[in-house]
Write a protein that binds this ligand. Structure first.
Ligand code: ATP
Ligand code: MG
Length: 496
């Protein structure tokens, strides 16, 4: 299992798959509201009404969507945002604590210690001084501090936000193409080939900038514009001052992005050439309005690029694609880890007899996948030991014994007079007797009959008894227990 988080200036989105393999999301707005705690009664009422509230050092904070709603209805209140321009806001003193609480609250379903989690980080902006490294360190510290009720932690790794979009939407194109995430604080862009970034950059001035600029131009509040923006249809002509202001800022933002893309290609010069067409993915909340894709295509068509542009794809759920891409990256990385672990710490055999032989020699079984039985081995010393034992098995008596069991299993039932013969009902014992050159005459139910001279009747019983305390009996029990292992491989690996 793996999980992911899109840590955005406006939205925090946690993603994992459910048991059916479908993506599931937990979203919270990355905002808060500080309230005086004097009026305890109001605080308790709000808590009872389900508003997410916390108390820190005698101050109360309303978190997420509830904080946005409260500032929308009471314009005297100031909505605070722990992040600005795609990064943790160094001027917001409570940012770290509040984000930790919100991010930890969103993480759920961690059922194994060290579960892989991928989170997105922006590239440094080309038009403003941003510190993506500092931001990444803060996020890493927040994830490192996570621990659920069972004590399980996550193993968190960063991935570039736009590269995550490539993972989410360009799987069918061999993870090759351009992706642009139009968020609240930034536009993150990446051109990737086969899942590797060729270049990536970010531009500060996205959704929040539209809100700010349009609020300035119209004299409205930022939170009012933010709501109005969600009703905008960019395919229609604007009807009033607010719509006109939003339309204008959208066009400017798209132009800046396309120019940034052009610069990205000219900076890498002619070092990357592709003959085919390159698809472009656009996502993020700011790309939501109707008509956005058309303006983007039109603007992109107006500049000369060294590559041919194919389709411009906008996913149906632009707010969630980044978190989905982070999850896909996390899943492929945990598979990679598993493969690495198997390569160095685990080895497998597909022959049940060989597996039983290894088990008898005290090698530890960790699971089964298909016909392969996995053992944990010490990577420094025991790999040769493992390989040697597997070879030894082929020329051992146990291999012969196993062959006898196999052939006895294949005997069909046919008519014979059992009175003249001796039998055993245990397949292992029968195989052992067969190895002692007794001749099989047939099978009735579980009983396997052998031809026995009167003279050697005692010897036959002796051999049947001897089997019980022999290593072949132990080998047979190993075979039986190995057959019962389900399709599962334990996480266990060699520990020094
Ligand atoms: N339907 C909509 N129409 C227009 N804008 C929208 C819509 N829905 C959300 N937005 C805007 O999208 C932005 C949030 O998008 P998103 O969640 O992709 O950003 P983020 O990841 O939080 O930010 P960033 O990536 O810059 O750190 C906000 O500015 C929000 O106002
Ligand atoms: Mg984002």
């Amino acid at each position: 299992m793996a999980c992911s988080m899109d840590v955005g200036t406006y939205n925090l989105v946690f993603c994992r798959r459910n048991e059916e393999g479908n993506f599931t999301y937990n979203r919270q707005v990355n905002a808060f509201l500080e309230m005086p705690l004097e009026n305890r009664f109001v605080f308790d009422m709000m808590k009872q009404a389900g508003v997410p509230l916390i108390e820190l050092e005698k101050r109360a904070y309303a978190l997420g969507e509830a904080a946005v709603e409260m500032t929308y209805t009471m314009s005297a209140l100031e909505l605070k945002r722990p992040m600005t321009h795609g990064c943790v806001n160094p001027k917001e003193k409570d940012a770290f604590q509040i984000m930790s609480i919100m991010m930890h609250n969103l993480i759920e379903g961690v059922k194994k210690d060290g579960e892989i989690l991928y989170y997105c980080v922006p590239a440094n902006a080309v038009n403003q001084d941003t510190d993506a490294d500092y931001h990444q360190r803060i996020l890493q510290a927040i994830f490192n501090a996570y621990k659920n009720e069972t004590g399980y932690r996550v193993d968190a790794h960063p991935i570039n936000e736009a590269l995550a979009l490539v993972y989410a939407e360009l799987g069918k194109k061999a993870f090759t193409g351009i992706a642009a995430s139009f968020g609240a604080g930034m536009i993150n862009v990446c051109y990737a080939m086969y899942g590797s970034p060729v270049f990536s950059f970010a531009i500060v001035n996205s959704g929040d900038w539209i809100d700010r600029q349009a609020a300035k131009a119209t004299g409205e509040s930022i939170s009012f514009i933010n709501k109005e923006k969600t009703k905008i249809d960019l395919s229609k002509s604007p009807n009033n001052l607010i719509e006109r202001a939003i339309h204008t800022q959208y066009r400017l933002m798209i132009e800046h992005t396309v120019n940034g893309l052009k610069k990205g290609f000219s900076d890498i010069n002619k070092s990357v050439r592709t003959d085919g067409e390159i698809d472009v993915v656009i996502a993020g909340g700011t790309s939501s309005p109707n008509g956005f894709t058309e303006i983007f295509k039109e603007t992109l068509g107006g500049v000369e690029l060294p590559i041919k542009i194919g389709n411009v794809i906008k996913p149906a759920d632009p707010l969630y694609s980044v978190s989905r891409g982070c999850l896909i990256a996390a899943e492929s990385s945990s598979k990679w880890k598993e493969r690495q672990r198997m390569k160095y710490n685990q080895r497998s055999v597909s022959d049940l007899g060989a597996a039983a032989y290894l088990l008898m020699h005290d090698l530890k079984v960790v699971g089964r996948k298909g016909r392969d039985i996995f053992f944990v081995v010490d990577p420094k010393h025991a790999v040769e030991h493992f390989d040697q034992l597997t070879l030894d098995y082929l020329s051992s008596e146990f291999h012969r014994f196993d062959a006898c069991i196999m052939s006895l299993k294949k005997i069909g039932e046919y008519n014979f007079n059992p009175q003249n013969y001796r039998f055993v009902t245990d397949l292992g014992a029968a195989a052992y007797i067969l190895m002692h050159k007794y001749k099989v005459v047939g099978k009735r139910g579980k009983a396997i009959y052998f031809e026995v001279d009167d003279v050697v009747a005692d010897k036959f019983d002796e051999i049947a008894l001897e089997y019980i305390s022999s290593d072949f009996h132990r080998f047979d029990s190993c075979l039986m227990s190995l057959k019962k292992i389900g399709e599962y491989i334990s996480e266990q690996s060699w520990k020094n």
